[in-house]
Design a protein. Structure first.
Length: 233
C-alpha cells in the first residue's frame, strides 16, 4: 500500500538520472521541482517526507539547469524510507514523468553517501551556434592565461578571471552548424555559465541561434574528472 507521508527513519536514496528535452527547455527549475514532487505522488515509491506542519518529499537536484537549456545528465536525489530496487524506481519514475523528462537510469545508495550536489565540480556542454566561425576565438581563449568578464555572484556582479573555469574546449562543424564542446567549472565558489562564455567568445561577431545542451555532470577524484554517478551505477 502506498504511503504518501512517510516520516520514519531514512534508509537509502535513489539517484535518478534524467533528461530535459527541447520541448520543456523553458520550464524553470522551480517548476521542475514541483513537477517531480507531483510525479512522486503518482508512484508507489516509499518516499521519505519531512516532519512538521507541512511535510514535503525529501528530494534534491545535483545541479539546477538554466532555463532554455536542454540536458541528458540531470540527477534527482530522492530519500526513501524503505529499501526498493533500482529497477523498481526506474519503472515507477518512467511511468510518472512526461516524455520531455526521459529517465536514463537509476541507482540506489546508502543514505550516508554524500549529497550529489556536494560532489559536482564541473559539467560538459555542447553549444550549437549558427554564424561566424568560433574556432579562432576559442583557440585564442585557450592560449590566454587570464580572461576577465563580468560575472554574477552571490554578492552581486563583479569582474572575474573566467579562464581557470574552462577545462577544455573544441569547435566542430556539421551541416552548417558549429558545436562548441566545453567543460566548465560548476562549484559553489566557481561556476561559469555557458551563456557567459559564449558572450565572450562571440563578442563583436555575427552569432545567432545559440542552444545549450548539458551532456554530463562531473565530480573530481585523484585521477581527475569522472561522471558524477561513476562508482554508484
Amino acid at each position: 500500500m502506498r504511503d504518501e507521508k512517510v516520516c520514519g527513519s531514512v534508509r537509502m536514496r535513489a539517484l535518478v538520472q534524467f533528461g530535459k528535452t527541447k520541448r520543456l527547455r523553458f520550464v524553470s527549475h522551480l517548476d521542475l521541482q514541483r513537477t517531480m514532487q507531483m510525479a512522486l505522488r503518482r508512484t508507489d515509491l516509499p518516499v521519505a517526507y519531512s516532519q512538521g506542519f507541512n511535510p514535503h518529499p525529501l528530494i534534491a537536484f545535483a545541479s539546477a539547469l538554466a532555463v532554455s537549456h536542454t540536458s541528458e545528465a540531470e540527477v534527482l536525489d530522492i530519500r526513501l524510507a524503505a529499501d526498493v530496487s533500482a529497477s523498481f524506481v526506474l519503472g515507477q519514475m518512467r511511468g510518472a514523468l512526461p516524455p520531455g523528462l526521459p529517465v536514463m537510469n537509476v541507482t540506489t545508495v546508502d543514505d550516508r553517501e554524500r549529497a550529489m550536489m556536494a560532489l559536482v565540480t564541473a559539467a560538459d556542454y555542447e553549444i550549437e551556434v549558427v554564424g561566424a566561425p568560433l574556432d579562432p576565438p576559442a583557440r585564442a581563449f585557450l592560449e590566454k592565461n587570464e580572461v576577465f568578464a563580468m560575472r554574477k555572484t552571490k554578492s552581486g556582479e563583479r569582474i572575474c578571471d573566467i579562464r581557470p573555469m574552462v577545462h577544455g574546449m573544441t569547435v566542430s562543424q556539421t551541416d552548417g552548424k558549429q558545436t562548441v564542446s566545453v567543460r566548465l567549472s560548476l562549484t559553489e565558489k566557481a561556476t561559469l555559465k555557458p551563456d557567459l562564455l559564449m558572450s565572450v567568445l562571440a563578442e563583436g561577431l555575427d552569432v545567432r541561434d545559440i542552444s545549450v545542451h548539458r551532456k554530463m555532470l562531473l565530480k573530481t577524484i585523484e585521477e581527475g574528472y569522472v561522471p558524477l554517478l561513476e562508482g554508484f551505477l
